[in-house]
Write a protein that binds this ligand. Structure first.
Ligand SMILES: *Cc1c(COP(=O)(O)O)cnc(C)c1O
Length: 233
């Protein structure tokens, strides 16, 4: 079995290579997606130099956070958000990348309060305009961004998307272009955003070519996941 430190190094090398091919000098942050991984595996990645971790399930994340309390980790919440979980999410993470409706943003801001620095927020956008998919379309994006900007305990950082998985690189580029255009639309409207969170294990090279500033990578670092039980939350 490949060591986590070796996988991390390989992913970092691929990121550098993709940046060079895209003529990019700016930073691409590697977010290690650690859902379904035990705390000891996160610690292994941390010791190898990885400091930003993404989690999808609140209860699972909180257990690991307490086990890793001695580590200086930046925690990102990237999973679907139920409104009864906003209090815990606002208190246990410094980033929330999966905000797709105002009610959730309002609850997060309220729960974050004054005692912590503002919560970094990405709006999750939909790349296919299918109603069934999570994430909002580009029209609703400007409206939600405007509302988030007015909330006192949130800082709008940019957009996140989870396009339909495909091995077809032309299709990967097409989907990421939709997200990049949504991000550019925010900038053109005067929003001070710096984060384009796109790219997972199978498509991060294409995402970096399309301007990703955060790539969210799980299986390429930790190996294949065993499915999470449905009653997890
Ligand atoms: C699981 C997950 C990832 C990582 O997926 P891999 O294919 O394992 O790299 C990235 N983003 C989100 C939102 C996820 O749920």
């Amino acid at each position: 079995m490949t060591m986590i430190s070796d996988s991390l190094q390989a992913v970092q090398a691929n990121i550098q290579c993709a940046k060079m091919n895209a003529n990019r000098q700016d930073a691409v942050k590697l977010l290690a997606v650690s859902k379904a991984q035990g705390a000891e595996r996160l610690r292994e990645a941390y010791v190898a130099g990885q400091t930003a971790f993404g989690e999808n399930y609140v209860q699972e994340a909180i257990v690991k956070q307490s086990q890793l309390g001695d580590c200086d980790i930046e925690w990102h919440f990237i999973g679907p958000i139920q409104s009864n979980k906003t209090q815990l999410i606002a208190q246990h993470f410094s980033w929330v990348q999966s905000v797709d409706r105002l009610k959730i943003a309002q609850r997060l801001s309220h729960a974050r309060g004054d005692s912590l620095p503002p919560l970094n927020i990405c709006i999750q956008v939909n790349t296919s305009n299918e109603a069934s998919k999570s994430g909002i379309d580009s029209q609703a994006l400007i409206e939600l961004a405007t509302a988030i900007k007015a909330l006192p305990h949130l800082t709008l950082r940019g957009v996140m998307a989870i396009p339909a998985p495909t091995k077809d690189t032309a299709r990967q580029h097409e989907q990421f272009t939709v997200v990049r255009m949504a991000f550019n639309a925010l900038q053109e409207r005067g929003f001070d955003v710096d984060t384009l969170s796109i790219g997972m294990s199978d498509d991060y090279v294409a995402a970096i070519a399309e301007g990703a500033t955060i790539v969210r990578i799980g299986s390429a670092i930790f190996g294949a996941r065993t499915p999470i039980k449905k009653n997890e939350e």
